[in-house]
Design a protein around this ligand. Structure first.
Ligand SMILES: C[S@@+](CC[C@H](N)C(=O)[O-])C[C@H]1O[C@@H](n2cnc3c(N)ncnc32)[C@H](O)[C@@H]1O
Length: 230
């Protein structure tokens, strides 16, 4: 397993870098990817000309989908894995859209304060240890402008026993320590600790591997998001 600069395990898209080439088909087949990424983008209220960041962007699927909706976005993607960023750049070039990709860590973002109108993230926070989830939410809060918002799709508190059981598959792949706070439903309180306001669950989506939760969190004044449970 790869370590990051501080000596902590770095969890690649499918845990091991050798599996990264399989990431897109595996996610498409197992996570109801189109449904939950559409729900995330529906919630995010993307508008012409906004500066948008996708944290832990992986192969760029979400960034490309956002650009297809609103081609005038200034879209940025950040990931800690240079190999997956190469894949994201190639995929984005094939789509004919423009996304600026940067290599970096979520808890040390290479952007100035207040840079982004929207920060998005999908299938990412369950890769981080508890303290790094909080550090990353703090960094995201820093780079979000006042009135801006964060929208996250990630594994959340299971809706029922079956969804809890299904989530063991993800825990076996990605590890128990990083995934436990997700399944305990702790992401909203971490967002609040980082300074976000009006944090809420927008939607819960059942999948083959557990409950996928869409969260919204705001910085300062902005439009509250509608609440919906599914
Ligand atoms: C499961 S993938 C999700 C990719 C994409 N967001 C999606 O929805 O398909 C998680 C990504 O997070 C990246 N990653 C893990 N830890 C990171 C960190 N601390 N900072 C930035 N990227 C990180 C991995 O390289 C991987 O590409």
């Amino acid at each position: 397993m790869t370590m990051d600069k501080s000596g902590k395990p770095y969890i690649h898209a499918l845990r091991y870098s050798a599996l990264t080439g399989l990431y897109d088909p595996v996610v498409a087949l197992t996570t109801r990817e189109k449904t939950f990424k559409r729900a995330l983008l529906d919630a995010a209220g993307l508008e012409s000309g906004q500066q948008v960041l996708d944290v832990g962007c992986g192969t760029g699927t979400l960034a490309i989908a956002a650009m297809r909706r609103v081609p005038s976005l200034r879209m940025h993607g950040l990931d800690g894995d240079p190999d997956i960023l190469e894949r994201a750049r190639a995929k984005t070039a094939r789509s004919g859209l423009e996304v600026v990709y940067s290599e970096g860590m979520s808890f040390d973002l290479p952007y100035p304060d207040g840079r982004f109108d929207r920060v998005l993230s999908s299938l990412f926070f369950h890769h981080l240890m508890l303290e790094d989830k909080l550090r990353s939410f703090r960094e995201i809060h820093r780079v979000t402008r006042n009135g801006g918002a964060l929208y996250v799709a990630d594994w959340g508190a299971p809706q029922n026993g079956l969804m809890r059981l299904a989530f063991f598959g993800i825990q076996l792949l990605d590890g128990f320590e990083t995934t436990r706070p997700n399944v305990q439903g702790k992401l909203p309180e971490l967002m609040e600790q980082a300074g976000f306001e009006r944090v809420r669950v927008i939607r819960n989506i059942p999948t083959l591997f557990g409950t996928m939760t869409i969260y919204a969190a705001h910085k300062g004044h902005g439009q509250p998001s509608p609440v919906r449970d599914a």
